[in-house]
Design a binder for this molecule. Structure first.
Ligand code: GLN
Length: 199
């Protein structure tokens, strides 16, 4: 059975575990480095990236996570988790660190104060009807490296064309929260990536 861990020191852990369970995956919260060993894949959830990296450091999870991601463990970052997976951050706090691995530059809280939380429909590569996406003080992707595929962009409004979902090999990230609501198809795409890596 496929086992996927969810970073559980901070963030919306339970919703991810439930989505993965609905997809028939063994899913569990990860708080300690040893728990990483049984992960075939990993999710960095939404929450607050500035708190996440500090807790990851305090609980000795940051280096082990960097190592596993570097070795190719399929990992999915959502919102704050996208920031945690990014190689470069804009508008981070002083000294803010990430797990890294994804060759992107993200801007924190990019959508601004007026519209920092909103919902919209997106076209999404690999999903026929697109997705209804919920954004909460979300980052967007400002730059991508060569190996990074864009999966979704905002349509219309001030943020028209901004990149909000990407993939690079076994790494995937969305600015929005696919764990909110009952559409599990984005998680399904990630589970497919994890299963491919097990073949
Ligand atoms: N603004 C948060 C951060 O910088 C992300 C918000 C979220 O994950 N919903 O970490």
């Amino acid at each position: 059975m496929t086992s996927i861990g969810v970073f559980a020191l901070q963030g919306d852990v339970r919703e991810h575990v439930q989505a993965l369970n609905r997809l028939g995956v063994d899913a569990f919260g990860v708080r300690r480095p040893e728990e990483l060993e049984r992960c075939d894949g990993f999710i960095l959830p939404g929450g607050e990236s500035t708190t996440m990296y500090k807790l990851a450091r305090t609980f000795d999870l940051l280096e082990p996570l960097r190592k596993r991601v570097h070795e190719g463990m399929p990992t999915f970052g959502t919102c704050a988790g996208m920031i945690m997976l990014a190689d470069r951050i804009r508008d981070g706090i002083d000294g803010q660190e990430t797990v890294g691995g994804l060759d992107i530059t993200v801007r924190r809280n990019a959508f601004g104060r007026q519209v920092d939380s909103f919902e919209t429909d997106l076209d999404y590569a690999g999903l026929d009807d697109g997705v209804h996406a919920v954004f909460i003080r979300a980052p967007w992707v400002e730059e991508i490296g060569e190996g990074v595929e864009v999966l979704a962009r905002v349509r219309g409004g001030d943020a028209d064309g901004r990149i909000v979902a990407v993939r690079q090999g076994p790494l995937m990230a969305t600015s929005f929260h696919p764990e909110v609501g009952d559409d599990d198809r984005v998680h399904g795409l990630f589970v497919d990536l994890v299963k491919q890596s097990q073949d």
